[in-house]
Design a protein around this ligand. Structure first.
Ligand SMILES: Nc1ncnc2c1ncn2[C@@H]1O[C@H](COP(=O)(O)OP(=O)(O)O)[C@@H](O)[C@H]1O
Ligand SMILES: [Mg+2]
Length: 272
């Protein structure tokens, strides 16, 4: 909806970087390493930078460390070496949101009550909450009729929309998605991809999207990072030149086929 965040009584509003500040990194990893307690090294020498408001995807084969990297960025894991800097707004003001493949909705709560949950947890369930929830449901393409429904009554795609709304209701500055559409039919997935570009364009959170679907990564992103396994590192980076908004017809464009072909070839090379 609006690109202006809802001011809250408890927090300063530090949302929009000033134009001169637009090169500020939201996430910066240098020599990042993660070795699990049992001794398994999942990530080695991972280096990347994501600027405020960017949409970046990470593609890589299963087990290469994508989820581990996302959990580090979310602050759910601590690096065992190297540095990972994340903007303080995202960390200190609880403005990091995470979406998983499993929507993880509470079945005994209505759609609205599921989306309200993060506001309750952050003590922001005041008089403005109903309007914030309604505008967020609208943003993700859920109709007023859906608000009172139980998640059990919804299709997989609709449940994912609720999951997106629950993540976006707090107006995150850092939006992390871990293969969110991996379990959905192709057509539903494509529609969600189209809608996610629109959502991102409206709200402009810094977005890190993990997938093993190359076409999805290219369709959504401004940049695609290719991860290689054993241990995980960033092997290549592609810039996606297509304008916004991204219409469904983009998928039939020769330049789209060319770029997805290049990313796929790189993925095959690093996975071999
Ligand atoms: N908690 C853990 N303890 C030990 N090894 C783990 C743990 N979580 C993930 N791994 C291992 O780390 C590697 C990377 O896992 P993950 O980040 O889930 O990969 P991806 O998301 O790319 O499929 C895998 O080999 C996985 O088995
Ligand atoms: Mg994973």
């Amino acid at each position: 909806m609006s690109s202006t965040p809802q001011p809250t009584s408890s927090e300063p509003n530090e949302r929009e970087p000033a134009p001169s500040d637009s090169a500020a990194p939201e996430v910066m990893a240098s020599g990042l390493e993660l070795t699990f307690d049992g001794g398994h090294q999942a990530l080695a020498d991972v280096n990347f930078r994501i600027d405020a408001g960017e949409f970046v995807s990470i593609v890589g084969p299963s087990g290469c460390g994508k989820s581990t990297l996302l959990r580090l960025v979310a602050g759910l894991l601590t690096p065992t070496a190297g540095t990972l800097d994340v903007a303080t707004t995202a960390r200190d003001d609880h403005r990091t949101a995470f979406v998983f493949q499993d929507p993880r909705l509470l079945p005994w709560r209505s759609v609205t009550a599921n989306v309200r949950l993060p506001l309750e947890l952050l003590g922001r369930n005041g008089p403005d909450a109903a309007a914030t929830i309604a505008s967020t449901l609208d943003l993700v393409g859920l109709a007023g009729d859906d608000a009172a429904k139980s998640p059990r009554m919804l299709s997989g795609g609709m449940r994912m929309r609720v999951s997106l709304a629950r993540a976006l209701v707090t107006d995150p500055t850092l939006f992390l998605l871990d293969e969110p559409f991996g379990a959905l039919d192709d057509i539903i997935r494509q529609r969600l991809n189209e809608d996610l570009v629109t959502i991102w364009q409206r709200r402009r959170p810094t977005t890190l999207f993990v997938t093993h679907n190359v076409s999805e990564a290219v369709f959504l992103s401004q940049r695609v990072l290719v991860m290689t396994p054993g241990p995980g590192r960033i092997a290549a980076e592609f810039t996606v030149p297509f304008d916004l908004p991204r219409p469904p017809e983009l998928r039939a464009d020769a330049r789209f086929a060319q770029l997805t072909g290049e990313v796929s070839a790189m993925l095959r090379e690093v996975s071999a």
